[in-house]
Ligand binder design. Structure first.
Ligand code: DX5
Ligand code: ZN
Length: 220
């Protein structure tokens, strides 16, 4: 079954604990935390303090998406704050292999994200070292953007690269950006196993209904 990871970027930050409990009760699988530095992406969001603050409010996997430069310097603090999986951007990591082992050495799962214009072939030599690949379906920086359909072909390419290496069942394929009940089936049919949804979940009063609608759309 596809995992759904609501992105707190679209939540009410003044009521973050309650927002997270609501989506947990509403059937979310993971909580997606978008960290932006104003350098790698043109927006500023949150740091390890917020991860630490939300940790006691949920038992769900805290899925921390670092859209930052110099990730190595901040990985230990995010790990200590309670991150279960840390995703770095291929485009922001000069020594990607080293960074992945830096994450794993903290006892945290390691993932890499690719922007819409970055080919999946850039991950060829680190696939064995990954727990997940995050393919962006918008240019990172903001919630509520429009889904870029080119990601579908990238999912298919990544899926066959993983299958060739016998990794299809052990590496998650996560899609992030513009996911809703219309776009979710396009990506799950292609092989996505985990969907991030910000606006589609927190933009609706009925969070459980929003999550159920995305799940249902993938079943048909
Ligand atoms: C974009 C972030 C996403 C974003 C998704 O830079 O990485 O996680 O919050 O939001 P929606 O689902 O609204 O596109
Ligand atoms: Zn994200």
């Amino acid at each position: 079954m596809v995992k759904i990871a609501p992105s707190i970027l679209s939540a009410d930050f003044a009521r973050l604990g309650e927002e997270i409990r609501e989506v947990e009760q509403g059937g979310a699988d993971w909580i997606h935390v978008d960290v932006m530095d104003g350098h790698f992406v043109p927006n500023l969001t949150i740091g390890p303090l917020v991860v630490k603050a939300i940790r006691p409010h949920t038992n769900l996997t805290l899925d921390v998406h670092l859209m930052i430069e110099n990730a190595d310097a901040y990985i230990p603090e995010f790990a200590k704050s309670g991150a279960d999986i840390i995703t770095v951007h291929q485009e922001a990591c000069v020594h990607l292999h080293r960074t992945l082992y830096h994450i794993k050495n903290q006892g945290v799962k390691a993932a890499v994200s690719l922007n819409p214009a970055t080919p999946v072939s850039t991950l060829e030599h680190v696939l064995e070292d990954l727990d997940m690949v995050l393919l962006m379906s918008v240019n990172p920086g903001f919630g509520g953007q429009k889904f870029i359909p080119g990601v579908v072909r990238k999912i298919e390419q990544l899926k066959s690269m993983l299958a060739e290496r016998g990794l299809a069942d052990s590496v998650d394929i996560q899609i992030d950006g513009g996911i809703n009940a219309e776009t979710a089936p396009l990506v799950t049919k292609a092989g996505a196993t985990c969907l991030v949804a910000g606006n589609a979940v927190f933009g609706r009063e009925d969070r459980a209904g929003a999550i159920a609608d995305i799940r249902k759309s993938c079943e048909s």
